[in-house]
Design a binder for this molecule. Structure first.
Ligand code: HEM
Length: 181
């Protein structure tokens, strides 16, 4: 994944736990990079190793860490560094979610070597949509749930997310029901 993701992880840890904890996490993860360059692609393993090391250090399940990261990504990284991109997604949560299938096309203009997730959306009613998440990667479902949680906070619209189905794909293929008020 692009360095911006690992940088965002580092910033979240520094913010919540400080420099010493970050040093421990870096050391325990076995990741040797001293710093991350936002616009450079890194091996996905680095991101996974950091998430696992944070979970070990903070004694939280790795799923919770991924969810926190998704939240942090929207509210601190994307809102601050890519506000213009985020606002291009719509003026309400439902509008934003409906724009997800094309959202990373715009991100690819910034990061051409991106391996983006694929999304398909079906609007079921004014307060419900189905979101299909297809990825070449595994294990990032909680990251997605955290991202949607961050968007929910951003748009001040509480949501409920329920997984409807999961296919046995080489990566990930899941459908979620998302409802809001
Ligand atoms: C300005 C906002 C955003 C930017 C700049 C951005 C950028 C990125 C980048 C750089 C990656 C790493 C992939 C790679 O390097 O190959 C990524 C992954 C991902 N993004 Fe975004 N993203 C944004 C918003 C969103 C939103 C709103 C969602 C969904 C709610 C989302 C869902 C994901 C997921 C699930 C992944 C993990 C990769 C996977 O599942 O294979 N992103 N994004």
């Amino acid at each position: 994944m692009y360095g911006i993701v690992n940088k965002s992880i580092q910033e979240m840890v520094l913010h919540h736990y400080g420099e010493n904890t970050w040093s421990n996490i870096k050391q325990n993860s076995g990741v040797e990079n001293d710093f991350f360059v936002s616009s450079e692609p890194y091996d996905d393993e680095i991101t996974y190793k950091l998430a696992v090391a944070i979970a070990d250090e903070t004694q939280k399940p790795v799923g919770d860490i991924l969810q926190d990261l998704g939240n942090w990504w929207i509210l601190k990284t994307a809102s601050v560094k890519y506000g213009y991109l985020l606002s291009s997604g719509g003026t309400s949560l439902s509008e934003f979610l409906m724009s997800l299938p094309v959202f990373h096309n715009r991100v690819m203009m910034l990061y051409p070597k991106l391996t983006p997730p694929e999304f398909k959306t079906t609007l079921i009613s004014e307060k419900e949509l189905h979101l299909e998440y297809i990825s070449r990667r595994k294990g990032l479902t909680n990251f997605l749930i955290g991202l949607i949680g961050g968007l929910s906070e951003l748009y001040n619209t509480p949501v409920e997310i329920v997984m409807l189905s999961e296919n046995d794909a080489p990566g990930t293929h899941q459908v979620f029901k998302i409802t809001w008020n």
